[in-house]
Design a protein around this ligand. Structure first.
Ligand code: MSP
Length: 638
């Protein structure tokens, strides 16, 4: 089996990680885990894309140098992934010296080959897309993506002779049906190649932009962001000589959403051809997560924050929902109602109840010990066969990025085991003292649940390991054999002690949650006269150091700011604070503060606040509390 390499796009650092980024990263993590479960050598790459006009603009509006700005947002991305149990093997940044060197080597190679030339170009430049548009590509004179009028720019630049490689690329796509998947995107790319494509402008004059990688053959220019960013996929593997490149490149798969199909399906393979580097195996393209039928975007203010969903509904439900709900390739709509629906039906009801029932029956009938099965009945054999088929299909579908279908297939087994409990009625067998049959039935169930838990590891690693632990099994990646799992029904050693019960997926009642929120605040209880606080009460307060990333005004509330504060948790905290009378937003960015992090969330003037920034008011002055000397975000204050 070839080694398996999976990459996500490297994300722009002009926005904080949101649900869209989280989805792609979780998919990449899950697919790498299903390969790890089969003992394949795997490499999962993600990172940040840090050059270009957009970043310079974002840094300036944040009153920071580009260096300071990219460092802070890049670490936000890097720190978010472990909270989502996404564990990349490498996090690449385009500002790393190794990456810059690699980009320059590729550029020089293509230049020496004669596939980069100098020319003059006039075009409509969209800052949002960081690219030139031809007259034909504009819609009513506007950028089709940003619906803004691009600037007309006429300048001398370097061009990559992309047109030379378009026909070989078309042939490659035609000869390799799996090169771009799902098929709708393959067809879309073939359509693009049928239209008139031009050579690619790959430089920006330094007179206009300096935040980029200098061209090795002309110091007056920096590299166009896409030519720079795409190379991350090989610079991260230390192309050309690095061991990782030699080991993994032949098994390379790229994962992107449909927004960046063209750079990945046209620019990147033609760049590889020009640099005489073998092409990747496949490009896997997914659709958009939408909210109320609209693509999520920072400017529309409809961005779903992954960490707040995780805080509310738990990580296993979040990861399960994302993989189960989106048909890979199509758009999917995100709503908390849908998430809770899946959590309650699939996880709490079907899987959670099954596990809990079977564990408690094992305790009741066998003091918690996995019994020794005897001969399987016809009903057992049917169940086992169905189980083995479901698991086999699940792995195949999962490897093929058909996550929704894979999970639906696995749930056929979950539902079947629920039916099996009812049909085999262990409580009757127990009453009738039919111990031999009872032992076999309970074994079929316990082994089935173990297999399900193991196969769920790519979807919800932590919960899967906990479920296995409840079955008395320690998860050990090195000893897992998925192919073997489908060939037997005897992996769980008899005599193993299992947990008494399981409550990994508690039900959530959304309607009560909403009602609770809508209720008027309860009248506060009378304070005790003595205003002393017990030490244990003080200890309940989670005071931590933080750093303000951004301060924004709150609509119709002159005194308030909506702060975004890094408290070392990856995802920044949103805190509403009455600081607007005392500070300008830019005076607050970068300030070190102390935050009460476990203050119950509260809506203040329609904006949720998750904590409090501590400050001292002295007349017309407000001073922010901070550690002295300054401390990294997330340190405990005690
Ligand atoms: N920096 C470029 C990529 C360079 S790769 C060599 C870029 N960055 S991005 O931050 O805009 O990330 C785009 C990617 O984020 C999408 O392709 C997708 O993986 C993910 N998503 C962002 N919004 C999304 C949705 N609303 N839905 C699904 N995925 C989304 O483009």
């Amino acid at each position: 089996m070839d080694p398996f390499f999976i990459s996500t796009p490297i994300y722009y650092v002009n926005a904080r990680p949101h649900l869209g980024h989280a989805y792609t990263t979780i998919v990449a993590d899950s697919i790498s885990r299903i390969h790890k479960l089969q003992n394949h050598q795997t490499f999962f790459l993600t990172g940040t894309d840090e050059h270009g006009d957009k970043i310079v603009e974002a840094a300036a509006s944040n009153n920071q140098t580009p260096e300071e700005y990219v460092d802070s947002i890049s670490s936000l991305f890097r720190n978010t992934w472990p909270w989502l149990e996404a564990t990349p093997d490498k996090f690449i940044r385009t500002t790393y010296p190794e990456h810059k060197k690699c980009v320059q080597e590729v550029l020089q190679k293509v230049y020496d080959k004669g596939d980069i030339y100098f020319g003059e170009y006039g075009g409509h430049y969209c800052l949002g897309c960081e690219r030139f548009y031809t007259e034909k590509e504009l819609v009513d004179g506007l950028c089709p993506d940003h619906l803004k009028k691009p600037k007309f720019l006429q300048e001398k630049n370097y061009f990559f002779r992309m047109t030379k490689y378009l026909e070989p690329l078309r042939e490659h796509i035609l000869n390799n049906p799996d090169f771009i998947k799902p098929e709708r995107y393959r067809n879309e790319v073939l359509g693009m190649l049928g239209e008139e494509l031009t050579d690619l402008c790959i430089s920006r004059p330094k007179s206009r932009l300096t935040w980029g990688i200098e061209l090795p053959f002309d110091q007056q220019y920096v590299t166009y962001v896409w030519f720079d960013a795409l190379i991350n996929y090989i610079s991260a593997l230390s192309w050309p000589e690095g061991g990782d490149f030699k080991k993994y490149w032949s098994g390379a798969h790229h994962l992107v959403a449909k927004d960046i199909l063209k750079p990945h399906a046209v620019f990147w393979p033609t760049m590889l051809m020009a640099a005489d580097i073998p092409l990747f195996q496949s490009l896997r393209v997914h659709g958009y997560w939408t909210v109320s039928e609209t693509k999520m975007s920072k400017s529309l203010g409809n961005v779903v924050e992954p960490m707040s969903m995780v805080d509310k509904y738990g990580l296993p439900s979040f990861r399960y929902f994302l993989l189960r709900e989106m048909q890979f390739g199509l758009d999917a709509s995100f709503s908390e109602e849908a998430l809770v629906g899946r959590l309650n039906a699939d996880l709490a009801n079907d899987l959670g109840n099954l596990t809990n029932r079977v564990l408690s029956m094992t305790h009741k009938y066998f003091n918690g010990e996995v019994p020794v099965p005897s001969e399987f009945s016809e009903m057992d054999k049917e169940t086992i066969e169905l189980g083995q088929e479901s698991l086999k299909d699940y792995v195949k579908l999962f490897e093929n990025f058909d996550f929704a279908k894979a999970l639906a297939r696995l749930w056929v087994l979950v539902s079947h085991l629920n039916k099996y409990v009812d049909q085999s009625a262990p409580w009757v067998l127990y009453k009738e003292k039919n111990t031999v049959r009872l032992q076999t039935v309970m074994y079929v169930l316990l082994e089935g649940i173990r297999k399900i838990a193991l196969h769920l590891w790519p979807v919800m690693p932590g919960a899967s390991e906990k479920m296995l632990e409840q079955l008395g099994v320690e998860f050990d990646l090195n000893s897992v054999d998925l192919t073997g799992e489908c060939a037997q029904w005897k992996g769980l050693p008899s005599g193993t002690m299992v947990a008494k019960s399981s409550n990994l997926f508690p039900r959530v009642d959304l309607s009560t949650e909403k009602k609770d929120k809508a209720q008027k605040p309860q009248k506060t209880k009378k304070e005790p006269k003595e205003n002393l606080v017990q030490f244990e009460d003080f200890q309940k307060m989670k005071l931590v150091t933080g750093r303000i990333i951004e301060a924004q005004p709150v609509e119709d509330a002159d005194k308030l700011y909506k702060l975004s504060v890094d408290i070392g948790k990856g995802e920044p905290r949103q805190v509403v604070a009455g600081l607007a009378e005392f500070f300008k937003p830019q005076d607050l960015t970068g300030r070190d503060v102390v935050v009460l992090a476990n203050l119950a969330p509260r809506k203040i003037r329609g904006v949720m606040s998750h904590g409090m920034v501590l400050a001292v008011r002295q007349g017309k002055k407000m001073s922010l509390l901070k550690a002295d000397p300054q401390s990294d975000p997330g340190k405990k204050v005690s």
